[in-house]
Design a binder for this molecule. Sequence first.
Ligand code: ZN
Length: 432
Amino acid sequence: MIWNDEAECMAADDKKELQLKRLQEVVKRAYENVSYYKKAFDEAGVSPEDINSLKDIEKLPFTSKTDLREAYPFGMFAVSPDDIVEVHTTSGTTGKPTVSGYTQNDLDLWSEVMARSLTMAGGDRTDRIQNCYGYGLFTGGLGIHYGAQKIGATVIPISAGNTMRQIEIMQDFGSTILTCTPSYAMYLAEVLEEQGVGPEKLNLKAGVFGAEMWTEEMRDEIEKRLNLSALNIYGLTEIIGPGVAQECYKKDGLHIFDDHFYPEIIDPESLKTVPDGGKGELVLTTLTREGMPVIRFRTRDITTLRPGKCECGRTHVKMDRITGRSDDMLKIRGVIVFPSQIERALLKIEGLHPQYQIIVSRPHQLDELEVQVEASPVLFSDEVKHVEGVKRNIEEHIHDEIGLRVNVSLVEPQSLPRSEGKAVRVIDKRNL
Ligand code: ZN
Protein backbone atom coordinates (compact mmCIF):
# COMPACT_ATOMS: atom_id res chain seq x y z
CA MET A 1 0.00 0.00 0.00
CA ILE A 2 1.10 3.53 -0.81
CA TRP A 3 -0.33 6.46 1.15
CA ASN A 4 0.06 9.19 -1.49
CA ASP A 5 0.57 7.69 -4.97
CA GLU A 6 0.84 11.03 -6.71
CA ALA A 7 3.66 12.29 -4.49
CA GLU A 8 5.43 9.02 -3.80
CA CYS A 9 5.51 7.69 -7.38
CA MET A 10 6.07 11.00 -9.22
CA ALA A 11 8.06 10.85 -12.48
CA ALA A 12 11.65 12.06 -12.13
CA ASP A 13 11.25 15.18 -14.30
CA ASP A 14 8.08 16.29 -12.55
CA LYS A 15 9.80 15.81 -9.23
CA LYS A 16 12.78 17.96 -10.26
CA GLU A 17 10.47 20.70 -11.45
CA LEU A 18 8.53 20.64 -8.17
CA GLN A 19 11.73 20.57 -6.11
CA LEU A 20 13.16 23.59 -7.94
CA LYS A 21 9.98 25.61 -7.54
CA ARG A 22 9.85 24.79 -3.83
CA LEU A 23 13.57 25.43 -3.36
CA GLN A 24 13.26 28.90 -4.89
CA GLU A 25 10.31 29.66 -2.62
CA VAL A 26 11.94 28.45 0.57
CA VAL A 27 15.23 30.24 -0.12
CA LYS A 28 13.34 33.48 -0.71
CA ARG A 29 11.26 32.98 2.44
CA ALA A 30 14.32 32.24 4.57
CA TYR A 31 16.22 35.24 3.16
CA GLU A 32 13.35 37.66 3.71
CA ASN A 33 12.20 36.46 7.12
CA VAL A 34 15.16 35.02 9.03
CA SER A 35 17.94 37.47 9.88
CA TYR A 36 20.43 34.60 10.21
CA TYR A 37 19.87 33.57 6.57
CA LYS A 38 19.91 37.16 5.28
CA LYS A 39 23.33 37.62 6.87
CA ALA A 40 24.68 34.18 5.83
CA PHE A 41 23.57 34.57 2.18
CA ASP A 42 24.91 38.13 1.99
CA GLU A 43 28.26 36.98 3.37
CA ALA A 44 28.38 34.15 0.82
CA GLY A 45 27.49 36.65 -1.94
CA VAL A 46 24.39 34.73 -3.00
CA SER A 47 20.80 35.91 -3.29
CA PRO A 48 17.50 34.08 -3.92
CA GLU A 49 17.61 35.18 -7.60
CA ASP A 50 20.78 33.09 -8.09
CA ILE A 51 18.84 29.83 -7.67
CA ASN A 52 17.88 28.88 -11.22
CA SER A 53 18.55 25.14 -11.11
CA LEU A 54 18.74 22.46 -8.42
CA LYS A 55 22.51 22.44 -8.85
CA ASP A 56 22.54 26.10 -7.75
CA ILE A 57 21.80 24.93 -4.21
CA GLU A 58 25.56 24.39 -3.95
CA LYS A 59 26.02 28.17 -3.95
CA LEU A 60 24.17 28.42 -0.63
CA PRO A 61 25.97 28.24 2.73
CA PHE A 62 25.46 25.29 5.09
CA THR A 63 23.53 25.46 8.35
CA SER A 64 25.16 23.64 11.28
CA LYS A 65 23.81 22.48 14.60
CA THR A 66 25.84 25.29 16.20
CA ASP A 67 24.10 27.89 14.02
CA LEU A 68 20.73 26.61 15.19
CA ARG A 69 21.87 26.52 18.81
CA GLU A 70 23.12 30.11 18.66
CA ALA A 71 19.66 31.21 17.53
CA TYR A 72 18.17 29.74 20.74
CA PRO A 73 15.32 29.91 21.42
CA PHE A 74 13.30 31.40 18.53
CA GLY A 75 15.86 33.14 16.30
CA MET A 76 15.37 30.80 13.33
CA PHE A 77 11.61 31.26 13.06
CA ALA A 78 10.42 32.63 9.72
CA VAL A 79 6.96 33.55 11.06
CA SER A 80 5.67 35.45 14.07
CA PRO A 81 5.96 33.34 17.24
CA ASP A 82 2.16 33.72 17.46
CA ASP A 83 1.79 31.60 14.31
CA ILE A 84 3.80 28.77 15.87
CA VAL A 85 1.41 26.17 17.30
CA GLU A 86 3.94 23.66 18.66
CA VAL A 87 7.61 23.54 19.63
CA HIS A 88 10.04 20.68 20.08
CA THR A 89 13.71 20.55 21.02
CA THR A 90 16.68 18.26 20.66
CA SER A 91 17.86 16.54 23.84
CA GLY A 92 20.52 19.18 24.51
CA THR A 93 22.93 16.75 26.15
CA THR A 94 25.80 19.02 25.05
CA GLY A 95 24.81 22.60 25.84
CA LYS A 96 21.59 24.36 24.87
CA PRO A 97 19.11 22.35 22.82
CA THR A 98 18.00 23.46 19.37
CA VAL A 99 14.37 24.48 19.03
CA SER A 100 12.06 23.50 16.19
CA GLY A 101 8.87 25.53 15.66
CA TYR A 102 5.82 24.29 13.72
CA THR A 103 2.91 26.20 12.19
CA GLN A 104 -0.38 24.35 11.65
CA ASN A 105 0.70 23.68 8.04
CA ASP A 106 3.98 22.21 9.34
CA LEU A 107 2.06 19.85 11.63
CA ASP A 108 -0.07 18.82 8.62
CA LEU A 109 3.13 18.17 6.66
CA TRP A 110 4.56 16.12 9.54
CA SER A 111 1.36 14.04 9.75
CA GLU A 112 1.51 13.48 5.98
CA VAL A 113 5.11 12.20 5.90
CA MET A 114 4.52 10.06 8.99
CA ALA A 115 1.37 8.63 7.35
CA ARG A 116 3.57 7.68 4.36
CA SER A 117 6.08 6.04 6.75
CA LEU A 118 3.56 3.99 8.69
CA THR A 119 1.78 2.92 5.48
CA MET A 120 5.17 1.85 4.11
CA ALA A 121 5.53 -0.38 7.18
CA GLY A 122 2.20 -2.03 6.29
CA GLY A 123 0.09 0.05 8.68
CA ASP A 124 -3.56 1.00 8.07
CA ARG A 125 -6.71 1.78 10.02
CA THR A 126 -6.94 -1.79 11.33
CA ASP A 127 -3.63 -1.53 13.19
CA ARG A 128 -2.89 -0.93 16.86
CA ILE A 129 0.31 1.02 17.11
CA GLN A 130 2.16 0.74 20.41
CA ASN A 131 4.17 3.93 20.41
CA CYS A 132 7.03 3.64 22.90
CA TYR A 133 8.90 6.70 21.68
CA GLY A 134 9.00 9.38 24.35
CA TYR A 135 6.23 11.98 24.32
CA GLY A 136 7.20 15.53 25.15
CA LEU A 137 9.76 17.92 23.71
CA PHE A 138 11.40 14.96 21.93
CA THR A 139 9.85 14.62 18.45
CA GLY A 140 9.65 10.79 18.46
CA GLY A 141 6.41 10.32 20.37
CA LEU A 142 4.20 12.99 18.83
CA GLY A 143 5.57 12.50 15.30
CA ILE A 144 4.51 8.84 15.23
CA HIS A 145 1.28 9.80 16.99
CA TYR A 146 0.23 12.31 14.29
CA GLY A 147 0.96 9.82 11.50
CA ALA A 148 -0.89 6.99 13.26
CA GLN A 149 -3.97 9.19 13.64
CA LYS A 150 -3.77 10.33 10.03
CA ILE A 151 -3.95 6.74 8.73
CA GLY A 152 -6.79 6.02 11.16
CA ALA A 153 -4.93 3.40 13.18
CA THR A 154 -5.46 3.02 16.92
CA VAL A 155 -2.54 4.69 18.62
CA ILE A 156 -1.48 3.42 22.04
CA PRO A 157 0.43 6.46 23.40
CA ILE A 158 2.31 4.52 26.06
CA SER A 159 5.56 6.52 25.64
CA ALA A 160 8.97 5.25 26.78
CA GLY A 161 9.78 3.24 29.88
CA ASN A 162 7.89 0.99 32.31
CA THR A 163 8.78 -2.17 30.46
CA MET A 164 6.55 -4.53 32.44
CA ARG A 165 3.54 -2.39 31.59
CA GLN A 166 4.61 -2.30 27.93
CA ILE A 167 4.60 -6.08 27.87
CA GLU A 168 1.23 -6.34 29.57
CA ILE A 169 -0.41 -3.81 27.22
CA MET A 170 1.22 -5.44 24.20
CA GLN A 171 -0.50 -8.73 25.04
CA ASP A 172 -3.82 -7.37 26.34
CA PHE A 173 -4.40 -4.86 23.53
CA GLY A 174 -2.96 -7.08 20.78
CA SER A 175 -0.56 -4.42 19.49
CA THR A 176 0.32 -5.03 15.82
CA ILE A 177 2.99 -2.38 15.21
CA LEU A 178 5.74 -1.48 17.65
CA THR A 179 7.51 1.88 17.40
CA CYS A 180 10.66 2.52 19.50
CA THR A 181 14.45 2.63 19.30
CA PRO A 182 16.07 -0.62 18.11
CA SER A 183 17.97 -0.95 21.39
CA TYR A 184 14.69 -0.73 23.31
CA ALA A 185 13.18 -3.37 21.00
CA MET A 186 16.11 -5.65 21.92
CA TYR A 187 15.54 -4.92 25.59
CA LEU A 188 11.82 -5.69 25.28
CA ALA A 189 12.73 -8.99 23.60
CA GLU A 190 15.06 -9.83 26.49
CA VAL A 191 12.44 -9.09 29.13
CA LEU A 192 9.76 -10.99 27.20
CA GLU A 193 12.04 -14.02 27.16
CA GLU A 194 12.73 -13.69 30.89
CA GLN A 195 8.98 -13.56 31.52
CA GLY A 196 8.46 -16.65 29.38
CA VAL A 197 6.30 -14.76 26.87
CA GLY A 198 7.07 -16.27 23.46
CA PRO A 199 6.50 -14.24 20.27
CA GLU A 200 3.55 -16.53 19.42
CA LYS A 201 1.67 -14.93 22.33
CA LEU A 202 2.05 -11.52 20.67
CA ASN A 203 0.25 -10.04 17.69
CA LEU A 204 3.12 -7.94 16.33
CA LYS A 205 3.63 -7.79 12.57
CA ALA A 206 5.98 -4.84 12.11
CA GLY A 207 8.34 -2.57 13.99
CA VAL A 208 9.28 0.98 13.03
CA PHE A 209 12.65 1.50 14.64
CA GLY A 210 14.86 4.57 14.58
CA ALA A 211 16.44 7.47 16.49
CA GLU A 212 19.75 5.61 16.71
CA MET A 213 22.12 3.68 14.52
CA TRP A 214 21.70 -0.06 14.08
CA THR A 215 22.90 -2.81 11.80
CA GLU A 216 21.48 -5.52 9.52
CA GLU A 217 22.61 -8.11 12.05
CA MET A 218 20.61 -6.36 14.76
CA ARG A 219 17.59 -6.35 12.43
CA ASP A 220 17.86 -10.15 12.01
CA GLU A 221 18.10 -10.58 15.76
CA ILE A 222 15.06 -8.39 16.51
CA GLU A 223 12.98 -10.02 13.74
CA LYS A 224 13.78 -13.48 15.03
CA ARG A 225 13.11 -12.68 18.68
CA LEU A 226 9.95 -10.59 18.27
CA ASN A 227 8.64 -12.34 15.14
CA LEU A 228 7.97 -9.12 13.22
CA SER A 229 9.26 -7.25 10.20
CA ALA A 230 11.74 -4.65 11.49
CA LEU A 231 11.93 -1.47 9.43
CA ASN A 232 14.17 1.53 9.66
CA ILE A 233 12.84 5.07 10.06
CA TYR A 234 14.97 8.20 9.88
CA GLY A 235 14.42 11.75 10.95
CA LEU A 236 15.76 14.60 12.99
CA THR A 237 14.23 17.36 15.06
CA GLU A 238 16.04 20.10 13.17
CA ILE A 239 14.29 19.06 9.94
CA ILE A 240 10.89 17.92 11.30
CA GLY A 241 11.32 14.87 13.56
CA PRO A 242 10.72 11.26 12.49
CA GLY A 243 9.35 10.94 8.95
CA VAL A 244 12.21 12.28 6.84
CA ALA A 245 12.80 8.79 5.39
CA GLN A 246 11.45 5.27 5.82
CA GLU A 247 12.27 1.79 4.59
CA CYS A 248 9.75 -0.09 2.44
CA TYR A 249 9.23 -3.86 2.53
CA LYS A 250 12.25 -4.35 0.21
CA LYS A 251 14.49 -3.45 3.20
CA ASP A 252 17.04 -2.05 0.81
CA GLY A 253 17.51 1.58 1.77
CA LEU A 254 15.19 4.26 3.12
CA HIS A 255 12.96 6.37 0.85
CA ILE A 256 13.53 10.06 1.56
CA PHE A 257 10.35 12.13 1.17
CA ASP A 258 12.23 14.30 -1.29
CA ASP A 259 9.27 16.39 -2.40
CA HIS A 260 9.55 17.98 1.09
CA PHE A 261 13.16 17.32 2.15
CA TYR A 262 15.89 17.85 -0.45
CA PRO A 263 18.94 15.64 0.15
CA GLU A 264 22.58 16.09 -0.89
CA ILE A 265 25.74 14.20 0.01
CA ILE A 266 28.94 16.11 0.76
CA ASP A 267 32.48 15.17 1.64
CA PRO A 268 32.63 16.18 5.35
CA GLU A 269 36.22 17.39 4.98
CA SER A 270 36.27 19.24 1.64
CA LEU A 271 32.54 20.14 1.89
CA LYS A 272 32.23 19.44 -1.84
CA THR A 273 29.15 17.72 -3.23
CA VAL A 274 29.58 13.98 -3.83
CA PRO A 275 27.86 12.55 -6.96
CA ASP A 276 24.95 10.06 -6.55
CA GLY A 277 26.14 6.70 -5.30
CA GLY A 278 29.09 8.17 -3.39
CA LYS A 279 29.40 7.96 0.38
CA GLY A 280 29.47 11.07 2.54
CA GLU A 281 27.56 13.30 4.92
CA LEU A 282 23.85 13.82 4.36
CA VAL A 283 22.75 17.46 3.98
CA LEU A 284 19.04 18.28 4.03
CA THR A 285 16.98 21.32 3.00
CA THR A 286 13.34 21.65 4.06
CA LEU A 287 11.44 22.56 0.88
CA THR A 288 8.05 23.30 2.38
CA ARG A 289 8.38 24.16 6.06
CA GLU A 290 6.88 27.50 7.05
CA GLY A 291 7.72 27.98 10.71
CA MET A 292 11.38 27.16 10.53
CA PRO A 293 12.86 26.58 7.10
CA VAL A 294 16.33 25.03 7.25
CA ILE A 295 18.72 25.40 4.32
CA ARG A 296 21.49 22.84 3.72
CA PHE A 297 21.54 21.40 7.24
CA ARG A 298 24.61 19.29 7.94
CA THR A 299 23.17 16.16 9.59
CA ARG A 300 26.61 14.59 10.33
CA ASP A 301 25.08 11.26 9.31
CA ILE A 302 27.10 9.21 6.84
CA THR A 303 25.20 7.56 3.99
CA THR A 304 24.80 7.19 0.20
CA LEU A 305 21.95 8.29 -2.10
CA ARG A 306 20.46 6.01 -4.75
CA PRO A 307 17.91 7.55 -7.12
CA GLY A 308 15.62 5.48 -9.34
CA LYS A 309 12.35 3.62 -9.14
CA CYS A 310 12.02 1.01 -6.39
CA GLU A 311 10.23 -2.31 -6.88
CA CYS A 312 7.63 -1.04 -4.41
CA GLY A 313 6.63 1.56 -7.02
CA ARG A 314 7.98 4.61 -5.21
CA THR A 315 10.36 7.05 -6.86
CA HIS A 316 11.53 8.74 -3.65
CA VAL A 317 15.34 8.66 -3.68
CA LYS A 318 16.77 6.00 -1.37
CA MET A 319 19.48 6.48 1.23
CA ASP A 320 21.48 3.64 2.69
CA ARG A 321 21.10 2.89 6.37
CA ILE A 322 23.28 5.28 8.39
CA THR A 323 26.66 3.67 8.92
CA GLY A 324 28.15 6.34 11.15
CA ARG A 325 28.28 9.98 12.07
CA SER A 326 30.98 12.30 10.90
CA ASP A 327 31.31 13.50 14.51
CA ASP A 328 30.99 9.98 16.03
CA MET A 329 33.57 8.57 13.72
CA LEU A 330 36.47 7.40 15.84
CA LYS A 331 40.01 7.69 14.64
CA ILE A 332 42.00 5.02 16.42
CA ARG A 333 45.70 5.01 15.61
CA GLY A 334 44.79 6.68 12.32
CA VAL A 335 42.17 4.10 11.41
CA ILE A 336 38.54 5.19 11.03
CA VAL A 337 36.20 3.10 13.17
CA PHE A 338 32.44 3.33 13.49
CA PRO A 339 30.63 1.79 16.48
CA SER A 340 28.36 -0.03 14.01
CA GLN A 341 31.37 -2.11 12.88
CA ILE A 342 31.91 -3.38 16.42
CA GLU A 343 28.22 -4.21 16.66
CA ARG A 344 28.36 -6.14 13.40
CA ALA A 345 31.30 -8.18 14.67
CA LEU A 346 29.54 -9.03 17.93
CA LEU A 347 26.39 -10.14 16.17
CA LYS A 348 28.37 -12.65 14.11
CA ILE A 349 29.07 -14.65 17.25
CA GLU A 350 26.41 -17.18 18.12
CA GLY A 351 24.68 -16.71 21.47
CA LEU A 352 26.06 -13.26 22.19
CA HIS A 353 23.71 -10.37 22.89
CA PRO A 354 24.91 -7.11 21.36
CA GLN A 355 25.03 -5.15 24.60
CA TYR A 356 28.37 -3.38 24.50
CA GLN A 357 30.25 -0.22 25.24
CA ILE A 358 33.39 1.06 23.54
CA ILE A 359 36.00 2.80 25.69
CA VAL A 360 38.78 4.71 23.98
CA SER A 361 41.82 5.82 25.96
CA ARG A 362 45.40 6.90 25.33
CA PRO A 363 47.43 5.59 28.27
CA HIS A 364 50.93 5.70 26.74
CA GLN A 365 50.59 8.13 23.81
CA LEU A 366 48.91 5.35 21.89
CA ASP A 367 45.20 4.88 21.39
CA GLU A 368 43.69 1.86 23.04
CA LEU A 369 40.28 0.45 22.38
CA GLU A 370 38.46 -1.57 24.97
CA VAL A 371 35.13 -3.18 24.21
CA GLN A 372 33.01 -4.24 27.16
CA VAL A 373 30.53 -6.94 26.27
CA GLU A 374 27.87 -8.47 28.44
CA ALA A 375 28.25 -12.20 28.83
CA SER A 376 25.24 -14.44 29.09
CA PRO A 377 24.56 -15.83 32.60
CA VAL A 378 25.46 -19.33 31.35
CA LEU A 379 28.86 -18.19 30.19
CA PHE A 380 29.53 -16.35 33.43
CA SER A 381 28.96 -19.45 35.50
CA ASP A 382 31.30 -21.37 33.23
CA GLU A 383 34.96 -22.22 33.70
CA VAL A 384 37.58 -19.49 33.40
CA LYS A 385 39.28 -21.31 30.52
CA HIS A 386 36.11 -21.16 28.46
CA VAL A 387 35.64 -17.46 29.23
CA GLU A 388 39.15 -16.77 27.92
CA GLY A 389 38.27 -18.60 24.71
CA VAL A 390 35.13 -16.50 24.21
CA LYS A 391 37.10 -13.29 24.83
CA ARG A 392 39.67 -14.25 22.21
CA ASN A 393 36.95 -15.22 19.76
CA ILE A 394 35.33 -11.77 20.11
CA GLU A 395 38.71 -10.03 19.74
CA GLU A 396 39.34 -11.92 16.53
CA HIS A 397 35.93 -11.07 15.09
CA ILE A 398 36.45 -7.37 15.86
CA HIS A 399 39.94 -7.51 14.36
CA ASP A 400 38.49 -8.98 11.16
CA GLU A 401 35.97 -6.16 10.98
CA ILE A 402 38.13 -3.11 11.76
CA GLY A 403 41.69 -4.32 11.27
CA LEU A 404 42.79 -3.33 14.77
CA ARG A 405 43.61 -5.28 17.92
CA VAL A 406 41.29 -4.42 20.79
CA ASN A 407 40.92 -5.59 24.37
CA VAL A 408 37.63 -7.24 25.11
CA SER A 409 36.33 -7.57 28.63
CA LEU A 410 33.29 -9.54 29.54
CA VAL A 411 31.09 -7.92 32.13
CA GLU A 412 28.21 -9.24 34.21
CA PRO A 413 24.88 -9.75 32.47
CA GLN A 414 22.63 -6.66 32.71
CA SER A 415 25.48 -4.50 34.04
CA LEU A 416 25.83 -2.05 31.12
CA PRO A 417 23.36 0.84 31.14
CA ARG A 418 20.13 -0.04 29.31
CA SER A 419 18.67 2.73 27.27
CA GLU A 420 15.04 3.51 26.91
CA GLY A 421 16.10 6.38 24.71
CA LYS A 422 19.40 6.35 22.87
CA ALA A 423 22.24 3.99 23.69
CA VAL A 424 25.59 5.45 24.76
CA ARG A 425 27.99 3.23 22.85
CA VAL A 426 31.23 5.18 23.03
CA ILE A 427 33.16 6.66 25.93
CA ASP A 428 36.16 8.60 24.66
CA LYS A 429 38.62 9.34 27.48
CA ARG A 430 41.32 10.83 25.27
CA ASN A 431 40.24 14.49 25.69
CA LEU A 432 41.11 15.24 22.07
ZN1 ZN B 1 10.62 0.93 -2.03
